[in-house]
Design a protein around this ligand. Structure first.
Ligand code: NA7
Length: 536
């Protein structure tokens, strides 16, 4: 079924793509400008990441209340049950927000966008869904998420498997029965680790295929008492301010001293306290050199390796679980709940694919040079075509017939992570070179900037806004400079696209921190959007 651009059925001011945390905020913000907005969403409900990733054990790794919205009515009426809420609660929360803010009629579900084409003559976009429905709008805003195009490994025979198989990011809504089954889990990123630790007590056996180990640290989740919930309500403004003034977008602050200068006793004490502490405190509340210098980094790596050796009984398995290709914080570390202890179970096997590669998937399981691991269920926790994947799977055509895939052939280029030259009236929330860490906080800044830009256009009678190639070059250089010379520069991860075979190694996100990003957006907006070219 296809629909030509002439068969336009709906006119709105703005088409937003994606009904996740960012899309929900964008709808609300743009409606408050008096714009008519339609959000197109491939899923059958709101939530984005928190709609699709319903695998066992999926939960936040930043504090629920620092990741959620700060609208006063939401703060007043919602209480999180845990410091790090599980997926079902987050999905409920997002539905609550949508209803409480009266947004539900702005969404159109089961509508995957197939193409978006800029119509030069009218300076409008024509968006077509896979079902063939078309929309004409002055503006489009993508809120497609940074990790939302799931990928499978290139192992032959995936379709030959006769049992059940699931990708963590495409998990069905019906309950998947894993109790008493033989399960293979492929991938040991945040999703793989959450699955493994959650299903370990119930499965008959489990074989975990690990390509690269990660530095996972304890989540130390706990319930939020009614007293704490009340305190969070009272101090929400302060928390918001703390988050917005911290580089990582968290309530944590790094220590002012360095691990290399501390006595061995103090260092040990601090590391132990952080290990017993919660969430990302190990990353953000640590000595200020552990994420910055090879010497500081080596000290934390040594400490974390010793913890893995303590917790995993079989020394060979422990060594396999200790990363050797990257230091702590060079990649976003997963947080775990008794993950390492899973490998002390007799019915759990860890396969390192470096030593024992997956040759193919057969009808019965996964074959390696050592034989076939026969299983009933395969869980692919193999990640995403990050940042750009959700753009390149749509057919996006800008000014003069230029394709976004061509414009970004050498890696994505953007202005502020929000605009890209040659694509007028095309805005991105959570686009390349724009975000890291506490994504909702970045998304809010971006949606606010877009709302302001559209208001500026309407007040001045402009119908077309597009960033200049020069502004784009400058931002792209700047985004890269935020990690140049840091430990992050040598890491290989989805932030660089290196997890996808054939994808060019380019830094895809932004490492300059929330306060700097906010200042950059403000500087552009308050200078009549210098870097953006407007016309009528
Ligand atoms: P990630 O972090 O990209 O993890 C994917 C995992 O899958 C990772 O361990 C990969 O190993 C592994 N993988 C990918 N391809 C293969 C093949 N071919 N063979 C074996 N293993 C493979 O995605 P997640 O969903 O876990 O987490 C995404 C983000 O969610 C995370 O960063 C947090 O922000 C929350 P690799 O390390 O690439 O060698």
């Amino acid at each position: 079924m296809s629909s030509p651009a002439t068969d336009v059925v709906t006119d709105v001011d703005v088409i937003v793509v994606g009904a996740g945390i960012s899309g929900i905020y964008t709808l609300h913000r743009l409606r408050s400008e008096g714009l008519t907005v339609r959000v197109l969403e491939a899923g059958s409900g709101v939530g984005g990441t928190w709609y699709w990733n319903r695998y066992p054990g999926c939960r936040f790794d930043l504090e629920s209340y620092s990741y959620g919205y700060f609208f006063p009515e939401i703060i007043a009426e919602w209480s999180w049950s845990e410091e790090y809420a599980a997926q079902p609660e987050t999905e409920r929360y997002l539905n609550f927000v949508v209803d409480r803010l009266g947004l539900r009629d702005g969404f159109q579900f089961d509508s995957r966008v197939k193409s978006m084409t800029f119509d030069e003559a009218t300076a409008t976009w024509v968006t077509v869904t896979e079902a063939g429905e078309s929309f004409r709008s002055r503006y489009v805003v993508t809120a497609v998420g940074i990790l939302s195009a799931p990928i499978y490994p290139r192992v032959p025979g995936i379709e030959d498997f006769a049992g059940e198989s699931y990708h963590t990011a495409l998990w069905p809504s019906e309950k998947v029965e894993l109790a008493g089954k033989r399960v293979a889990v492929v991938g040991t990123g945040s999703s793989g680790i959450q699955v493994v630790q959650t299903i370990a007590p119930e499965v008959a056996s489990m074989v975990v295929f690990q390509r690269t180990p990660n530095w996972a640290t304890p989540l130390n989740n706990r319930p939020i008492s009614p007293e704490k919930a009340e305190e969070l309500r009272r101090t929400a403004d302060q928390l918001h301010q703390d988050i917005m003034t911290s580089p990582g977008g968290t309530q944590y602050r790094a220590r002012t001293d360095r691990a290399v200068d501390a006595s061995e006793e103090l260092r040990r004490q601090v590391f132990e306290e952080l290990y017993a502490g919660s969430g990302m405190s190990m990353v953000f509340a640590n000595f200020n050199d552990v994420a910055r210098t090879p010497e500081g980094n080596a000290l934390i790596n040594e400490f974390l390796a010793s913890k893995i050796r303590e917790r995993v009984k079989d020394p060979q398995v422990a060594e396999r679980l200790i990363p050797t290709d990257h230091g702590f914080t060079q990649k976003r570390p997963p947080l775990e709940i008794d993950y390492y202890e899973v490998y002390n179970q007799d019915n759990v096997t860890l396969v390192s694919t470096g030593e024992e590669p997956m040759l193919r998937v057969t009808e019965k399981g996964i074959e390696t040079p050592q034989g076939v691991y026969e299983v009933d269920v395969i869980i692919w926790a193999t990640g995403f075509d990050s940042i750009t994947g959700s753009f390149t799977r749509m057919d996006i055509t800008g000014s003069g017939g230029q394709k976004l895939t061509e414009h970004w052939e050498g890696g994505p280029r953007t202005f502020l992570g929000i605009e890209t030259s040659g694509f007028p009236n095309f805005f991105m929330v959570g686009g390349p070179q724009s975000t890291t860490g506490n994504i909702p906080r970045y998304a809010e800044l971006q949606a606010n900037w877009i709302a302001r830009c559209i208001r500026y256009m309407r007040e001045n009678g402009y119908t077309r806004a597009v960033s200049s190639a020069e502004a784009e070059d400058k931002w792209s250089e700047f985004a890269y400079s935020t990690i140049q010379g840091t430990l992050q520069e040598s890491a290989n991860s989805w932030a660089w696209g290196t997890n996808v075979p054939g994808k060019k190694r380019v830094y895809l996100i932004y490492g300059g921190g929330l306060p700097r990003y906010q200042a950059e957006l403000e500087a552009v907006a308050s200078s009549d959007f210098k870097g953006v070219e407007f016309s009528a």
